[in-house]
Write a protein that binds this ligand. Structure first.
Ligand SMILES: *[C@@H]1O[C@H](CO)[C@@H](O)[C@H](O)[C@H]1NC(C)=O
Ligand SMILES: *[C@@H]1O[C@H](CO)[C@@H](O)[C@H](O)[C@H]1NC(C)=O
Length: 492
């Protein structure tokens, strides 16, 4: 009885050794029991650990122009060989890979050197995968905030050159060598890898090129072997539509309004200036918007800033111009004398040049006859009354029929001659002062027309200045394309 019990127990124990014991745990203990994660995985001190690196970009989160920070979300694929983790899967129940916490094995300590927030390492310490033969791979995710000097000269038609610099923090070039990973076809992956399925497109930035280089610093002759850096460059181009819709189009439209000031008549007075000053104020708001967006650098002026300064200068010139034209338009003969030369240039030559002379000539031609005829009538009436007091004047037709009556009337008129003279003098005076008034009015309207002529020529000058300036500034933006670099495009 006791013998059968003993043999059953033995059998159980045997079975337990075969199946019940955790193979993974056994492998774990086999590999890590006398493992020191602080030691480099080399047998001889002069050996180098070769670490392959592959950076996969999953999201270009943002580029903060003001703080000059690029935020990216990446996966860092690091592979190396650790002879201490060599095992054969035949000995451990066919286990292909063992996952171990990253702090239990040696790590090459690759950090992002040009970070800006003290976050050198990865965001999440993922497990390390150990495969048969001692091959180790680690793929931790990371959110990096790296420094990126923003070049604002062509904002918002700019492209930026940002880089991610990786290096091993603790080991020099002789201890750890960094190389690029190799893909299934045997090609070196020196680009930042962008998996189109995992990648989330950024609304503001398009990635044009993303080459990587490995740079070895020799470190001088006496202070050791130096170190290796992997530098990934991201050439990103801004998609300008947002700024075109929200700033450039409104700004051009508002600035174009300033030209309307020239079409306001002189009677509108100060309104001419009000229009341009309002535009000037609106432009200041746009300038403020831009100033909030770009870094506070004095190294260069952004294109949009240059444009705003330009249109503000144009608006200021137009305000000054309006004041001067108003000064001309509102002159009167009592305060200013009009020089004939000025009059000739502004009222005759200029309208001819601009092809707008016709209406003023017509109005000039039309008005004198009316005046001449009324004046002429008066003069003729005066003449008749004075020279023919016994008037055949009004009664010529009736002379024969009412001879006696007419003679009587003539006598009465003759007697009243001094009063009629008085009357005629009064009429003459009225005529005289009307003539004076009309002359004054004509000179006032000449000044107004002179103002209009000035407005006319200044309008064309301002229009040309505005159009040429705007197109020159925006043409500069058009030619600011990313140069053709000797790299394959980043995204296919
Ligand atoms: C792993 O160890 C075995 C024997 O111990 C050896 O033959 C093999 O070459 C090692 N593998 C590697 C990749 O070093
Ligand atoms: C981007 O910057 C790096 C160094 O900061 C430089 O080597 C590279 O030539 C630049 N690329 C372009 C296209 O300017």
């Amino acid at each position: 009885m006791a013998g059968t019990l003993l043999s059953a127990l033995l059998l159980l124990q045997l079975l337990g050794r075969g199946e019940g014991k955790n193979e993974e745990l056994r492998l774990y203990h086999h590999l890590l029991d006398d493992y020191d994660p602080g030691r480099r995985p080399v047998q001889k001190p002069e050996d180098t650990v070769t670490v392959t690196l592959k950076v996969t970009l999953t999201n270009l989160i943002s580029l903060n122009e003001k703080e000059e920070t690029l935020t990216t979300s990446v996966w860092i694929g690091i592979d190396w060989h650790d002879y201490r983790l060599n095992y054969s899967k035949g000995d451990f129940g066919g286990i292909e890979t063992l996952r171990v916490p990253s702090e239990l094995v040696w790590l090459p300590e690759i950090v992002l050197e040009n970070n800006i927030d003290g976050q050198f390492g990865v965001a999440y310490e993922a497990n390390v995968l150990v495969s048969e033969g001692g091959y180790v791979s680690w793929l931790p995710p990371a959110i990096y905030r790296s420094i990126c000097a923003v070049e604002v000269t062509y904002f918002p038609f700019d492209w930026q050159n940002c880089s991610l610099v990786f290096r091993s923090q603790t080991y020099n070039a002789e201890e750890v060598e960094l190389v690029f990973a190799v893909d299934d076809d045997g090609d070196t992956i020196s680009n930042i890898d962008i998996d189109t399925e995992a990648y989330t497109e950024n609304g503001e930035w398009a990635i044009d090129f993303c080459p990587g280089v490995i740079r070895r610093h020799d470190g001088g002759s006496n202070d050791g072997p130096g170190d290796t850096e992997v530098i990934y460059t991201l050439i990103i181009r801004r998609k300008p539509l947002f700024y075109v819709i929200n700033i450039i189009v409104p700004c051009v439209l508002i600035s174009g309004l300033v030209l309307l000031a020239y079409f306001l008549p002189a009677q509108a007075g100060g309104q001419k200036c009000t229009v341009s000053i309002n535009v000037l104020l609106a432009q200041t708001v746009f300038l403020f918007l831009i100033a909030q967006k770009i870094p506070e650098t004095s190294l260069s002026v952004p294109l949009l800033g240059r444009y705003l300064i330009f249109v503000m200068v144009v608006a200021t010139l137009i305000v000054m111009n309006c004041v001067i034209v108003l000064n001309v338009s509102c002159r009167t003969p009592t305060t200013h004398a009009m020089s004939p030369r000025l009059r000739h240039v502004l009222l005759e030559l200029l309208p001819q040049l601009l092809g707008s002379g016709a209406p003023s000539e017509v109005s000039r031609a039309a008005s004198p006859p009316r005046r001449a005829s009324s004046l002429g009538l008066l003069l003729r009436a005066e003449e008749l009354i004075l020279k023919k007091p016994r008037s055949e004047l009004m009664f010529e037709g009736q002379r024969y029929r009412h001879r006696t009556w007419t003679a009587a009337l003539c006598q009465t008129l003759g007697a009243a001659a001094p009063e009629i003279r008085c009357c005629v003098d009064a009429v003459n005076f009225v005529a005289e002062s009307t003539r004076d008034q009309e002359a004054t009015g004509e000179e006032v309207s000449d000044w107004v027309r002179m103002g209009k002529a000035l407005d006319n020529i200044c309008f064309w000058a301002a229009l040309v200045l505005f159009l040429v300036g705007s197109s020159l500034i925006f043409l500069g933006a058009y030619f600011n394309q990313v140069p053709e670099l000797p790299y394959p495009p980043c995204m296919l």
